[in-house]
Design a protein. Sequence first.
Length: 318
Amino acid sequence: MKLRKIYQEVIKKGIEADPRPREVLDSYLHTQKKSFDLLNSRDKEFFDQDKLFNPFSDTRILFGDQDLEIRSLIAGIDIDGSELLLVDRLREKGTDIDLVVSHHPQGKAYAHFYEVMDLQTDVFYDTGISLSSAQNLLQERKGEVSRRVSGANHQRALDFASWLKQPFMCMHTPCDNLAYSFIRELTAKEQPKTLGSLLDLLMNIPEYRDAAAHNNPPRITVGGKDSRISKIHIEFTGGTEGPLPIYEKLSAQGVDTIVAMHQSEQHHKKCKEANINVIVASHIASDNLGVNCMLDHLLAQEQLTVYECSGFKRFSHK
């Protein structure tokens, strides 16, 4: 499969699993096209033209010829210089690796990853929170995140890939969308009535069982095993954690339980104040779930050899 095709399939599957209505995504792409067309020739040079067909700012081909034929890849949750050097060493020793795939973004995909946070607006809206409240609160949070990432050395890992001539891409929100859909569909089907029964559901998923075997299982951080459940909110996609004031509004809409990939101490305290139960489902295990679902899709298109590194472990959910 050509590198270009892998990228296209990742975007396609991410759109299919996106919690936003398709017309919202189409409107985003249309707006990007209009913005690009209005730019003068000088400013067009700095426009990221992937935005014309890809609504996920944190998912990009970072280095490599898009027409390169890919027969094998190595996937990891975080890829930086150390992993790229590892891959170079493996290739020297005879391991055939055509592509390095990171889940978390690097390069220009990291520089603007906060743009995908707009996705959270529709997730909050689905719980009953008004669009204006969700949008206004999210804009403040996006500003915080954009200021935090602006000082990072975004291109550092890309320099490794360039020197080592290793094709390199990242796929973040499309995979998180798949993990979100997986957990949403599972909880909708099984209708757990307590935090304990919800925890048992998660522990039946191989990624979480593997995390538990390494002392990092899903954990109840607010509430107890007998705490009752009526309305679950899943915090698995949208780039990073949402705005702190959102929990009071979620509680007002009847949300009593959150399943999160991860939570900062501030977000944890806000959930306690809002009397919302929380299960933190293990960040890396949740990332593994999304990446594995994406690899299931890619492998259904064409056979690829997949190697593991950097916290990634392959499980199939066919």
